[in-house]
Design a protein around this ligand. Structure first.
Ligand SMILES: Nc1ncnc2c1ncn2[C@@H]1O[C@H](COP(=O)(O)OP(=O)(O)OP(=O)(O)O)[C@@H](O)[C@H]1O
Ligand SMILES: [Mg+2]
Length: 308
């Protein structure tokens, strides 16, 4: 994978009146990333995205898109960027296709064929001749993504693309994003307030908390830092709890219906297994459990899962 930065943000700050909404943030998105910008309501996600698209201007800081400075070289910076900010707006009394044709006519070099292509990409081709006012929220989002794809962007920025959708609708949007990333090599920058969503599709994440980035990194690395979690299925749970709670490589021990859940230092599972067997514990199964980003987040903030 190329290591070229497609978004580069340094020292970005923005206040509205006296309230500092974005406080000196920096991050970089590389070509091929599906980058999750995670934060609760009011943390500053949309404000950041508006700045990335030059819809509002930062007080301080620098934004580069595709290596071009957004302020100094707007046209080149924004040229290969598509975006959907909040709920996309279309003419409700026209069909999805007609809406896109109107927009396509304003963009140099986009023909009707491309409109069909993008409708295919988002799975809307069969419903594209129906009026937009009959569309579900999920279909509106898909039409928004189709619109963002019209000019063949390298980077697509989506502000909470699954907000308000039911689980099936969320899954459809996630699949569209994954397909576009792998088949069309599109880089995605996606804001969300759902940890679960980041875990499912993003390779990289920044956690925005009260206008500051408190963590940035590869999702895999954040999930597998220095601990691993295992479930020991055993009828001898009390004995396991007593025996293991003071071992130096054990971090936490917790009873559950089939036995005991343990958090231990990475690489100590075989030793734990030998130890249990040598103490005549019936180990029925040892099942590895990846730590979810949510539990990572809870650990990191000392048990406080409040992102806001
Ligand atoms: N134009 C504006 N004028 C004044 N305050 C604003 C403006 N836009 C945003 N804010 C404030 O900035 C803060 C961050 O808002 P923002 O919309 O960026 O958050 P968000 O992370 O997108 O939240 P949500 O998840 O609800 O969409 C909020 O306190 C909001 O009230
Ligand atoms: Mg928002």
């Amino acid at each position: 994978m190329s290591s070229k930065n497609i978004i580069e943000v340094n020292n970005l700050s923005k206040s509205f009146g006296k309230r500092k909404v974005i406080d000196d943030i920096g991050f970089s998105v590389k070509e091929g990333d599906i980058y999750g910008f995670l934060g609760q309501n009011g943390s500053g996600k949309t404000t950041t995205i508006r700045m990335l698209l030059n819809l509002i201007h930062p007080d301080t800081g620098e934004i580069k898109l595709n290596s071009f400075d957004l302020k100094k070289d707007f046209f080149n910076a924004i040229k290969e960027v598509g975006a959907v900010v909040e709920i996309p707006k279309f003419y409700s009394y026209l069909s999805g296709r007609k809406n896109l044709l109107l927009i396509a006519n304003l963009i140099h070099g986009i023909d009707d064929f491309r409109v069909n292509e993008v409708l295919e990409m988002v799975g809307l081709i069969n419903r594209s001749d129906e009026k937009v006012k009959t569309y579900s929220l999920g279909m509106m989002q898909r039409l928004g993504i189709a619109n963002a794809l019209l000019s063949n962007p390298k980077l697509v920025i989506l502000d909470e693309p699954t907000n308000g959708l039911d689980p099936q609708g969320m899954k459809e949007i996630r699949n569209i994003i994954l397909n576009l990333a792998s088949e069309k090599n599109i880089t995605f920058f996606i804001s969300t307030h759902m940890l679960h969503e980041v875990e499912q599709i993003c390779n990289k994440v920044a956690i925005l908390h009260q206008g500051k980035i408190i963590t940035e990194g590869l999702v895999n690395e954040l999930l597998n830092i220095d601990l691993e979690s295992v479930e020991i299925h055993t009828p001898h749970f009390n004995k396991v709890i007593d025996l293991t709670k003071n071992l130096k490589y054990i971090r936490s021990v917790e009873r559950f219906e089939k036995g005991v859940k343990l958090k231990l230092e990475r690489g100590f599972c075989a030793e734990l297994n030998r130890f249990l067997i040598s103490n005549n514990i019936d180990v029925e199964y040892i099942i590895p459990r990846t730590q979810s980003l949510e539990s990572y987040f809870i650990n990191m903030t000392g048990g406080d899962n409040n992102l806001a």
